[in-house]
Design a protein around this ligand. Sequence first.
Ligand SMILES: CCC/C=C/C=C/C(=O)SCCNC(=O)CCNC(=O)[C@H](O)C(C)(C)COP(=O)(O)OP(=O)(O)OC[C@H]1O[C@@H](n2cnc3c(N)ncnc32)[C@H](O)[C@@H]1OP(=O)(O)O
Length: 286
Amino acid sequence: MTAVSTVAKREYKFETLSVTEAKQFVYHVAFNRPDRLNAFNRTMWFELGKCFNDLSYDSNCRAIVLSANGKHYTAGLDLTDAMKIGQELGELDDVARKANYLEQKIKAYQDSISSLEKCQKPVIVAVHSACVGAGVNVIAAADIRYCTEDAWFTVKEVDIGLAADVGALQRLPKIIKNQSLVRELCFTARKFDSKEAYDNGVVSRVFKTKDEMINAAIQLAELIASKSPVAVQATKRSLVYSLDHTNQEGLDHICEINKTNLQSEDFINATIAGATKGDPPVFAKL
Ligand SMILES: CCC/C=C/C=C/C(=O)SCCNC(=O)CCNC(=O)[C@H](O)C(C)(C)COP(=O)(O)OP(=O)(O)OC[C@H]1O[C@@H](n2cnc3c(N)ncnc32)[C@H](O)[C@@H]1OP(=O)(O)O
């Protein structure tokens, strides 16, 4: 028997993000502070996390494209907004209280970016023009990265006197296999272009125009959304988990997941369809 979900579609309304349902089961999120080059202010840090946490459990969503409106993908941390952190720190007069305040901030910003990785649905980022600082941290937490020919990237944090602390230093070395290059990029904030990004595995496809890129990202998301959500979500969990576990730990982890999932109607229906060369199954919402 196929479970039928009666959950009403929810609306996503944010100040710094636009969220649309591009196709059935495909959501398109875009950074939407074009007048500030999509720089990350407090609201945007908060809303990014909220958006991906909510989409993670939205049964109408099976895949997400994350692009940006305006001239650049993002200018990274909003430097004007970040100065408020200094002002608030100044109001605390003890080192332990200051450290406690900063710990809370850093962890909140880390969680915001990790929400892409923790999101059960595959996230495809589509980058155009500048992707600076926090932006590189964001795309490193995504599942699939596309960019335009004019895209460029910089792990910019050292230039503002900061060691990147929201994921780039942890995730980038697992994406770029050349450790010498990773360190060069992180120590110097050198810009790298779409060709270098493609050659080193940062992106998997490069497009001439932004429109072409968004169309291809949505098409890919549609293809993912046509598959069993049970299978796709377990695949993401296993891939993410296996990145920093041994092969045996990864195998044990997927065994735990699949001892439940192999009893699911998705497996039964898809296997019957495959064996009988029948129509592809329509999968219930998850
Ligand atoms: C706990 C913290 C965790 C997070 C850490 C994250 C760290 C980082 O992200 S480090 C990187 C911070 N960002 C930067 O250093 C980027 C600075 N901006 C630029 O390099 C250029 O603006 C850029 C290459 C992105 C775009 O150049 P373009 O010529 O196209 O535009 P501009 O004329 O330079 O800028 C237009 C207006 O936008 C303002 N602006 C640019 N970047 C930021 C920013 N990051 N924060 C706030 N405002 C920004 C710029 O000042 C111009 O404003 P206006 O003069 O009022 O028009």
